[in-house]
Design a protein around this ligand. Structure first.
Ligand SMILES: [Zn+2]
Length: 228
């Protein structure tokens, strides 16, 4: 079979050539939080930072498989200021910050964790490229839907601590202008809450390598497509 490859017809070579992206994008993948200030605490007690780190690593692999160049921000104990994160690679084409979600403390106190699940994608209209940011958020939300994930709705609830209106309800895209890491970026920027780790059933699913791979592949596909 190897021998047959030597005689690949020219039309097949052309197809191979054109299936590749016109231009390899440079994507900055940010692991949300730090080991010391590790974000939400999952139902099991595991830190959000560790979930973010695992998904960001899988996302970097998925983007590389699409031919993109990736710079990954993996904060150590010293951390890195939110506003400084996009500047790690100022020439990058897109900034993607990876997070996992919690819910309002009042719902945790009421034992309602099991009611909340799903992903959310945020953009800031204070980012200097709001239109391209939104296009990428929509492409990522669409790819997550196609992968069988479901958008959460509770960040749009008109209550203190939420109030992040939908820009695209179907694809789970919210507007959150105050997110420092997004409006500090010079390039288009999105923040993804991949799922709700305070929900025990959702956490168990999000911890599975198969789920992590599926999420990473979908996010990579959306991020790659929105930059064409
Ligand atoms: Zn977070």
């Amino acid at each position: 079979m190897i021998g047959r490859r030597r005689h690949l017809p020219s039309c097949a070579l052309l197809m191979l050539c054109c299936a590749l992206p016109a231009r390899a994008a440079h994507i900055l993948v940010d692991v949300g939080h730090t080991p010391g200030q590790s974000g939400a605490r999952a139902a099991s007690g595991r830190a959000e930072y560790l979930y973010n780190r695992d998904l960001a690593a899988a996302l970097a692999r998925a983007l590389a498989a699409l031919g993109d160049r990736v710079t990954r921000i993996v904060p150590g104990e010293d951390g890195i200021a939110l506003a400084a994160r996009p500047a790690v690679a100022p020439d990058a084409d897109l900034f993607v910050s990876i997070h996992h979600d919690s819910i309002q403390p009042r719902y945790i106190d009421a034992g309602r964790q099991g009611e909340f699940a799903g992903y959310s994608v945020f953009v800031s209209m204070r980012n200097p490229q709001p239109v391209r940011s939104l296009r990428c958020a929509q492409a990522i939300g669409e790819a997550l839907r196609e992968a069988g994930e479901h958008p959460s709705a509770y960040h749009a609830e008109p209550i203190a601590g939420e109030n992040r209106p939908f820009l695209d309800r179907r694809r789970g895209v919210h507007r959150y202008d105050g997110l420092v890491v997004l409006h500090s970026a010079r390039m288009p920027a999105v923040l993804i809450e991949a799922g709700v780790i305070v929900n025990p059933a959702e956490e168990a699913r999000l911890a599975q390598p198969k789920t992590i791979r599926g999420l990473a592949t979908a996010i990579a596909r959306g991020a790659h497509a929105c930059l064409d």
